[in-house]
Ligand binder design. Structure first.
Ligand code: SAH
Length: 209
């Protein structure tokens, strides 16, 4: 099923072999509720509870391709969600930091990193609007929620030569790539349209349901 998914992604225009390989290596069905096990390798987003979704594989592949990761790059992901995207980044050889605002999802993802043996992914319960200052600067920053605007903190936490990938917009988002040429000099590119769950402010603590 994973092989079929890779073929589908190729047909949709994903050409980056290391990205396809990483997606081919990760058992996506582990991240989903048992109810979705049969369909885990369809190119669709799925609910992961807390009104959130695991991104569509095409979106994960698209964003990861744009990041153009080199081995040992430090990458900050905003919106850990299920943890799937973070595992893809780790498979690509990145040093992964990931932040999530929802404690329930944060704890779930940490469990996944244990089960799938990604001990080096560092996951924090944080408001992603603020980034992760104590580990900055990063080579790459990836936002996986719909941003109403580009947070300044994230631009500051990029290394010169670094890149931010962020979907910007309300109902529909424009994938935006910002390259930090040097301090205060940026290249701004607007790419394809997507739909993400919203980038919200503040932390949501765990509450038993
Ligand atoms: N990358 C995820 C999918 C993310 S869905 C995966 O691979 O499964 C977007 C995630 O962003 C949700 O889990 C949501 O709770 C989180 N999020 C929204 N606003 C946030 C914020 N301010 N800081 C951190 N995470 C946030």
């Amino acid at each position: 099923m994973r092989r079929k998914l890779i073929e589908q992604l190729r047909k949709k225009g994903i050409e980056n072999e290391p990205v396809l390989e990483a997606i081919g290596d990760i058992p996506r069905h582990f991240f989903l509720d048992k109810a979705f096990e049969e369909t885990a390798y369809e190119d669709r987003a799925f609910p992961i509870g807390q009104e959130q979704t695991i991104s569509q594989p095409y979106t994960v592949a698209y964003q990861t391709s744009l990041l153009d990761i080199k081995k040992r790059d430090t990458v900050l992901e905003i919106g850990t969600g299920s943890g799937y995207q973070a595992c893809v980044l780790a498979e690509m050889g990145a040093r992964v930091f990931t932040v999530e605002r929802n404690e329930h999802l944060h704890l779930f993802a940490k469990k996944m990193f244990d089960i799938l043996e990604y001990p080096r992914i560092r996951a924090y319960l944080r408001d992603g609007y603020k980034g992760l200052g104590e580990f900055a600067p990063f080579d790459r920053i990836l936002v996986t929620a719909a941003a109403p605007y580009i947070p300044d903190a994230l631009l500051k936490q990029l290394k010169p030569g670094g890149m931010l990938i962020i979907p910007v917009g309300k109902n529909q988002q424009t994938m935006t790539r910002i390259t930090k040429v040097k301090e205060k000099e940026f290249i701004h590119e607007e790419l394809d349209k997507f739909r993400f769950v919203p980038f919200l402010k503040g932390i949501k603590k765990y509450a038993a349901e």
